[in-house]
Write a protein of this length. Structure first.
Lengths: 522, 174
C-alpha cells in the first residue's frame, strides 16, 4: 500500500522534513490525491521505541549533527554546539513537543500595527489575519484533539499544576487552567487517554499526545500517495534555467547521493535547516541561495523569550509526576506596554527529571548554592516562560565554516536578546517567583533559557517581496514552485507555543497547493 | 579487607556493594582506594590511587551532596583512570596540590574545610581540567539511576502504568 515513486518521476511534490509542518502537509496532500515524496533526515521511532530516560532518549531522538553558535545569548556559551533541542526523526519535533496548543491572539497577526515600530526590531504584520486563520485553526484543533476546544474536556491537574494554580490565583490571575493540550483527556482518534506518566518530552509511549509520527504519517502512507524516505538528508535543491525548482539532491541511508525530481518542493526542515538548505543551494543564477533576492533568508531568527522559574517548598511536590506542561496562566499574554515591553508572555507548568535538572538549572554552576537546590528536587515546582521576542535582522542563520558528515556547511545560529526580550523575561521571572512565594516557596530560581525548541522566522512571510522570503501561502516570492512549510515562515512569533499554528498553516497550504496544481498554475 | 581479598573482583562488584556509612577515603595499596569500613573500593590501573582520591574529593567539592555516599562519586570519576586521560589527570592534580601547598597545606585532600578547598577550585575554574571534571560529573553523577532515589526522583513510570492511579495529584499540603 505504501507508495514507491521513481527518482525520475517529476510529477511528485517533494517535502523536506516530516514534523508539524512537513508531516501534516504530506498527509493532507496525500489525502487529496497528490503524490508526495517526503525526505526525512532521521529514522522512524514509534511509541514502543521511546525511552523514558532523559539522556538515553536525547541520544535517540535529538538532532545532534553539528551546528555552531555566535552572539551574546547564554546558550552560545553553555551549549555552543547545541543551539536547539529539536528532533531528528520521522514526525520531527512532534515526538518531543509538550502538546501546548494555543491560537495566536488576534492582534498578534499584526505586530507592527499593534506595537508600532520598535527600535532595532524588524517587526512586520503577517500578510494574513485572525479571521482568515480561524477555520484552519478549527481543523488543526480537531486533528490534534486539543483539549478545551470543541467538546473536549481539559486534562486533570497534577501536583506541579496544583501548586502553580494556587499561587497564580492568589496573585489574582484569572486565566489559569490545565491548558489546551494535544494530549487526550479521553480516548480520541484511536489513541488512548493520558496516563499521567511524565516524559512528554521523550515521546509519549501511550500515544496519548499527538505526534505526526503515528498519526499523519501513517495516515498519509495508507492512501498510497505518500512515500517517506527515512535517513535521507537533503543536500541541495536544483533548478532549471527558467528559475523553477526541478528536484532535490539528498544523501540516502547509505550515504549515496540521489536526486529526486519534483514538480513542487516544500521545505520543512525547521528554522535552522530550511534556510541552511536554501543557502547551500546557491547557483550561478542564484548566487545568494534560493529564494533570497531579498537577502532575508536566514534573518529574523526568533526563539521566543523564554526562561524557567523553579522553586523549593518545605514539603514534597513531585513535579515530575504527570503531564509535563498541562498548566497555563494567560493573563500576561496581553499587549500592555505599561509593563515596560511590547507583546506578552504565557506561563506554563514544566518539569525536568533529575538528570536534566542538573544540566539545565544553572548550566556551568557548581558548589553548594547549586547542589542544595538539587537536594530538594522532590520539593520543587517548575514553570516555563514563553513570550513574543522581537525579530531582528542580525539574529540569523548563516553558513558556518564547520562542515557536517556529508561535507556540507552547517548552520551557524547567531542571537542577541533585544532589550524588549530582556524586559519581558525579567517581568516574567518576577511574576513567576511571586506565584510560588504566594504558596510558601522558601527559595526560587530564575533559570536561563534552554537550547531553543521554538525556532521561528528565518524564511518569513511578507506582503512585499523585499521584506521576506515567502507570501501568505508560504510560496517563495522568487520561485513559484518552491514553498516554505515550517515555522521558518513565521513573520512574528506571538506569545504562543507555535505547533498549532504550524499545523494550521500546513493544512491551509495543502489546500492551496492542491487547488493550484489542479488549476495548472504550478 | 586487604588488597588480596579484593583481587579478582570486577569493577562492578567493587562498586555495587551497599554502603551504610561513608567515611574518609583510605589508600589501601598500590592499586586501590577504599572506604575505611571496606564497604567498597576502586581499582586503578592507569592513574595512581592518590590521584583517584584527589579526583574523588574534587568531585565531592564540586557537587557536594552530603546524603550521597562516596561510591557514586567514585563511579562518576572512574572513567579518568585511562591511558587517554592520565596525563590530564596528573597535570591537573599536580596543579591542585601545588595550589594547596602555596596555601600552606600538604596537598589538596589534606585541606580540612570544604570552603578552603572550594577557594582552590575557584582559582582554577576556567581551566580545561576543571571544566572537564565538572561537566563530566553532570552526567556521570546525576545520570546514575542508583542515585535518583536519594533525591526522591522516581525515574520512568510507564512500566507501572504512569501515575494516573499512583499519586499524580496527591499533594496534601496546599
Amino acid at each position: 500500500m505504501v507508495a514507491k515513486f521513481d527518482l525520475n518521476d517529476d510529477s511528485v511534490v517533494v517535502i523536506i522534513g516530516t514534523g508539524a509542518g512537513g508531516g501534516v502537509l504530506a498527509n493532507e496532500l496525500a489525502q487529496k490525491g497528490v503524490k508526495v515524496v517526503a525526505l526525512e533526515a532521521g529514522g522512524r521511532y514509534l511509541p514502543e521505541d521511546y525511552v523514558n530516560d532523559e539522556w538515553e532518549s536525547f541520544t535517540q531522538l535529538a538532532w545532534l549533527d553539528a551546528r555552531t553558535t555566535s552572539g551574546t545569548w547564554r546558550v552560545a556559551k553553555d551549549f555552543s554546539g547545541l543551539p536547539a533541542w529539536i528532533v531528528k526523526a520521522v514526525g520531527g519535533t512532534t515526538t518531543h513537543w509538550a502538546g501546548a496548543s494555543i491560537r495566536f491572539q488576534d492582534h498578534e497577526w499584526k505586530a507592527l500595527t499593534t506595537y508600532g515600530a520598535v527600535e532595532g526590531a524588524s517587526l512586520l504584520d503577517w500578510p494574513i489575519d485572525a479571521a482568515e486563520m480561524a477555520p484552519w485553526y478549527d481543523k488543526a484543533e480537531t486533528k490534534l484533539g486539543v483539549t478545551r476546544t470543541g467538546d473536549r474536556a481539559g486534562l486533570p491537574g497534577n501536583n506541579n499544576y496544583l501548586v502553580f494554580e494556587k499561587g497564580a490565583k492568589a496573585l489574582g490571575y484569572k486565566e489559569v487552567h490545565t491548558g489546551r493540550m494535544a494530549i487526550n483527556s479521553t480516548d480520541y482518534d484511536g489513541r488512548m487517554a493520558c496516563q499521567q506518566t511524565g516524559f512528554c518530552f521523550q515521546g509519549c509511549k501511550w500515544g496519548a499526545k499527538w505526534s505526526a509520527a503515528y498519526t499523519d504519517i501513517p495516515a498519509g502512507e495508507a492512501t498510497g500517495n505518500l512515500e517517506v524516505r527515512e535517513r535521507s538528508h537533503a543536500a541541495r535543491i536544483l533548478h532549471d534555467d527558467t528559475g523553477k525548482v526541478t528536484g532535490v539532491e539528498y544523501f540516502d541511508k547509505d550515504g549515496n547521493l540521489q536526486m529526486q525530481k519534483a514538480r513542487i518542493v516544500c521545505v520543512a526542515g525547521n528554522t535552522f535547516e530550511s534556510p541552511r538548505l536554501l543557502l547551500n543551494s546557491a547557483s550561478s543564477m542564484f548566487p545568494n541561495g534560493l529564494a533570497n533576492s531579498s537577502d532575508q533568508v536566514g534573518r529574523n531568527y526568533m526563539r521566543h523569550t523564554t526562561g524557567s522559574v523553579y522553586a523549593i517548598f518545605d514539603k514534597p511536590v513531585r513535579m515530575w509526576r504527570g503531564t509535563t506542561m498541562a498548566g497555563i496562566v494567560q493573563d500576561e499574554a496581553r499587549h500592555d506596554p505599561s509593563r515596560g515591553f511590547v507583546g506578552g508572555y504565557e506561563l506554563e507548568t514544566l518539569s525536568l527529571g533529575l538528570p536534566f535538572m542538573a544540566a539545565f538549572l544553572n548550566p556551568g554552576g557548581w558548589g553548594r548554592s547549586f547542589t542544595t537546590a538539587l537536594d530538594h528536587y522532590e520539593n520543587m515546582a517548575g514553570m516555563w516562560i514563553v513570550g513574543e521576542d522581537m525579530p531582528q535582522a542580525t539574529n540569523r542563520v548563516t553558513l558556518s565554516e564547520t562542515k557536517d558528515q556529508y561535507g556540507l556547511p552547517v548552520a551557524n545560529v547567531h542571537f542577541d536578546d533585544h532589550p524588549n526580550d530582556v524586559a519581558m523575561r525579567n517581568h516574567a521571572y518576577k511574576q513567576g517567583v511571586a506565584i510560588y512565594e504566594a504558596v510558601g516557596a522558601t527559595r526560587a530560581f530564575p533559570t536561563p533559557p534552554y537550547p531553543s525548541t521554538h525556532n521561528l522566522g528565518t524564511n518569513r512571510m511578507s506582503e512585499r517581496p523585499e521584506d521576506g522570503v515567502c507570501n501568505k501561502w508560504g510560496q517563495t516570492h522568487d520561485i513559484a514552485n518552491l514553498f516554505i512549510s515550517d515555522g521558518s515562515q513565521f513573520t512574528t512569533g506571538a506569545a504562543e507555543n507555535p505547533t498549532l499554528t504550524i499545523v494550521a498553516l500546513a493544512i491551509r497550504q495543502a489546500d492551496h497547493i492542491a487547488k493550484e496544481m489542479a488549476a495548472g498554475t504550478i | 579487607m586487604t588488597k588480596h581479598d579484593l583481587r579478582g573482583l570486577t569493577r562492578r562488584q567493587l562498586l555495587s556493594r551497599s554502603l551504610s556509612a561513608a567515611g574518609a577515603l583510605a589508600i589501601t595499596g598500590a592499586g586501590f582506594i577504599a572506604a575505611p569500613n571496606a564497604a567498597w573500593a576502586v581499582e586503578v590501573t592507569a592513574i595512581t590511587p592518590e590521584q583517584m582520591a584527589t579526583l574523588l574529593q574534587m568531585a565531592r567539592d564540586i557537587y557536594p551532596h552530603d546524603q550521597v555516599p562516596d561510591q557514586y562519586y567514585a563511579v562518576a570519576v572512574k572513567g579518568y583512570d585511562s591511558e587517554d586521560m592520565k596525563a590530564m589527570v596528573a597535570e591537573g592534580v599536580a596543579a591542585l596540590d601545588s595550589a594547596a601547598q602555596a596555601a600552606g597545606h600538604a596537598n589538596y585532600v589534606s585541606v580540612g574545610w570544604e570552603e578552603d578547598r572550594v577557594k582552590l577550585l575557584q582559582a582554577m575554574e576556567t581551566t580545561p581540567f576543571f571544566q572537564t571534571i565538572r561537566s563530566g560529573l553532570v552526567t556521570g553523577l546525576y545520570n546514575q539511576k542508583e542515585v535518583w532515589p536519594i533525591f526522591g526522583y522516581q525515574g520512568e513510570s510507564f512500566s507501572q502504568g504512569g501515575y494516573i492511579e499512583r499519586g499524580f495529584n496527591d499533594i496534601d499540603w496546599l
